[in-house]
Design a protein around this ligand. Sequence first.
Ligand code: AVI
Length: 322
Amino acid sequence: KLAAAPAEFIQHQRANGAAIRAELSAGLMAPQAHTSAKYLYDALGSKLFEAICELPEYYPTRTEAAIFDAHLPDIAQSIGVGATLIDLGAGNCAKAARLFSTLHPVQYVPIDISADFLREALEQLQQRFPHIEMTGVGLDFSSALDLPDAVRHQKRLFFYPGSSIGNFTPPQALAFLRRLRAACNSSSDGGVLIGVDLLKEQQILDAAYDDALGVTAAFNLNLLRHLNQLLGTDFDVRDWRHRAGFNAAHGRIEMHLEARRALTVSWGEQRRQFAQGERIHTENSYKYTQQDFVALLEQAGFGDARVWTDSRHWFAVIHARV
Ligand code: AVI
């Protein structure tokens, strides 16, 4: 048995604290208060998201896994072996790890904003797969896609599962896919392997984001603790309530936090009053039709899309090439 060398880990400079605070302050002071969904993922937020993926109501993770289970040989054939697998928002790396034995990547590059969480997962994974070269990257890839020098310039496969693309607005998603397309290198045969949540009956969508056990509520409310840490706000989690539901006009689930009573939140020199029932918009999760998403990939410069879906057409896994 090979003894694994420790996986390399690169921590990109964390975004400047002052810039983060300015962005968060501006969002909280806006007439419709809002925060970017990426702030849901501190160490506890990442763990709560893992728990969400186990919930009976949260079908995306399970449905996507079943698509991979049913079609992995076909998916691997479409991709070809020997790629550098760049895992965007890798979290605990479990989804990519399930592909290793069929896809045989030569190199694995997981990237996540939640760096400590990723580092721990990667150390264990490198022990299990000593023959795959692994370089973890702690990075907010939504603002810049700085790939480490160690990433080979041959075939790059960007793996973006879980329908995280849905947490961008469609114009942001297009810009992001264009950046991936540019990072594929035109001379190589790179591509994307992406999971997309499809439009479906509203009841199913609503339940997935407002589960009976209240795990999604805890995930959403944990944002307030993270804001207290990042910005020095004095949010009391008990003053707020989780709200989530499908907005048909926009084709998206919206998550909000709603004030249970009239209150004032203070940080630094700033304060913001919230009336009872007033909300902070904390996340969007866009749902697509298969056709619309393939069109978006084409607009971004990817082609030759192959789509695998489940029998209920709830979720799609798509491989597209440069
Ligand atoms: C990570 N992302 C794809 C999840 C979603 O479904 O939009 C985040 C999430 N929010 C609430 N539940 C899960």
